[in-house]
Design a protein around this ligand. Structure first.
Ligand SMILES: N[C@@H](CCC(=O)N[C@@H](CS)C(=O)NCC(=O)O)C(=O)O
Length: 208
């Protein structure tokens, strides 16, 4: 059994979508980041960075428990544990890792900053809002170009798509209309139609 520490946000949904896709049993432990539950000593022992998501695999390497934090590391760990969603063929594998790192270093932080300045700043802040919206749109352009040549970010459906999808699902928050980026739109619809994705995007339910 995998213990999943998560909340209703895009980084958390990467882990729950992955767990639904690979079909491993897991137990959800909601960590309400709005109430500061990520800062409790119990949770910091699991994720020293006080962010969701994190997992504990009770049947980790050698049959012993293993904790994993950072969503990208969680996706790689679960892919390698199950042999799913990360090719073992060297070229396909590095392509998937490239687009996973593109998400971790670009899409997540930049979209996240756009959301912060557009939605949470105490007063309108044009300079940072424009900076992060502009970079967000540039990243959509990069994805759109790539998805014009391949069905998924790294060719086959992979952990790179699972990492990116929950952030694109918040396109309304960063004021992007998906039809502006037709290849991203096609990719988004294809992933949205996957039953495992639908289930994982509801963990924990948004009203929780
Ligand atoms: N690089 C981390 C980022 C995780 C992250 O920023 N999680 C957010 C929710 S999407 C969080 O826990 N925020 C709480 C906080 O910043 O206090 C990862 O990918 O796991």
């Amino acid at each position: 059994m995998i213990e999943l520490y998560t909340w209703t946000t895009p980084n958390g949904r990467k882990a729950s979508v992955m767990l639904e896709e690979i079909g491993l049993p897991y137990r959800v432990h909601p960590i309400n980041i709005g109430k500061g539950e990520q800062f409790t000593p119990e949770y910091v022992a699991i994720n020293p960075n006080s962010k969701i998501p994190a997992i504990i695999d009770n049947e980790g390497p050698g049959g012993k428990p293993l904790r994993v934090f950072e969503s990208g590391a969680i996706l790689i760990y679960l892919a390698e544990k199950t042999g799913k969603l990360l090719s073992k063929e060297p070229r396909a594998r590095i392509a998937a890792l490239e687009w996973l790192m593109f998400q971790m270093g670009g899409v997540g932080p930049m979209f996240g900053q756009a959301h912060h300045f557009l939605r949470q700043a105490p007063e309108p802040m044009p300079y940072p809002s424009e900076r992060y919206v502009k970079e967000t749109r540039r990243l959509y352009g990069v994805m759109d170009k790539q998805l014009g040549t391949q069905p998924f970010l790294a060719g086959e459906y992979s952990i790179a798509d699972i990492a990116t999808y929950p952030w694109v699902a918040r396109h309304g928050w960063h004021k992007v209309e998906l039809p502006e980026f037709p290849n991203v739109d096609r990719w988004f619809k294809a992933i949205s139609a996957r039953p495992a994705v639908e289930r994982g995007m509801n963990v924990p339910p948004t009203a929780a």
